[in-house]
Design a protein around this ligand. Sequence first.
Ligand code: RBF
Length: 158
Amino acid sequence: MATSLKNLNDYKKEGFGDISDKKFGIVVADWHSEITDVLCAGAIETLLQHGAKKENIFRNTVPGSFELTLGAQFLALQEEIDAVICIGVVIKGDTKHDDYINHAVANGLTNVSLKFNKPVSFGLVTTNNLEQALDRAGGKHGNKGIEAAAAVIQMLSF
Ligand code: RBF
C-alpha cells in the first residue's frame, strides 16, 4: 500500500505536536470508493507515521460526499474524538451536482469545525474527470488524503 502513496514528504512537519494520545475520526464517502479508499489509506498512514495509535483511529463510511458533513458532525459530537478527517471524490458530470455538493460540503464542514471547536479537514477531491482524481490519489499530484491528515495534525497543535 505504501508504495502507492506518493508525495509523503511534501507537506511541512514543523510544529507538529505529540498525537500519540489523540483520537481521530475519519469519514469516507462510498462514491468512487476505489479512489476514496486510497485517499483514506494515505490519511491513516500519515496519522500512524506521526505517532497516532491504530486503536485511536475510527473509520466510518457515508454513502456520498454530501453526507460527509453529517458524518463529521456525528463524530465531532463525541467528546473523545479530537479531530475529524473527511474524504470524498466529486467528479463533474453533465449537470451541476458537483457545484451543489462541493459548496454544501465546504460550508458544512466549516460549520462543524467551528461549532465543535475541533479540526475538521476537507479531504474532498473535486475534479473535472476521473483521471484528475486518480492523479490526486497516489498519482502525479500525490495523495490528498495525506494532506487532509496533515492538516488536522497541524491544527491540533495550534
Ligand atoms: N457523491 C460523491 O461523493 N461523488 C460524486 O461524484 C457524486 N456524484 C453525484 C451525482 C449526482 C447526479 C447525484 C444525484 C449524486 C451524486 N453523489 C456523488 C452522491 C451525493 O453525494 C449524495 O450521496 C446523494 O445525493 C444522496 O444524498
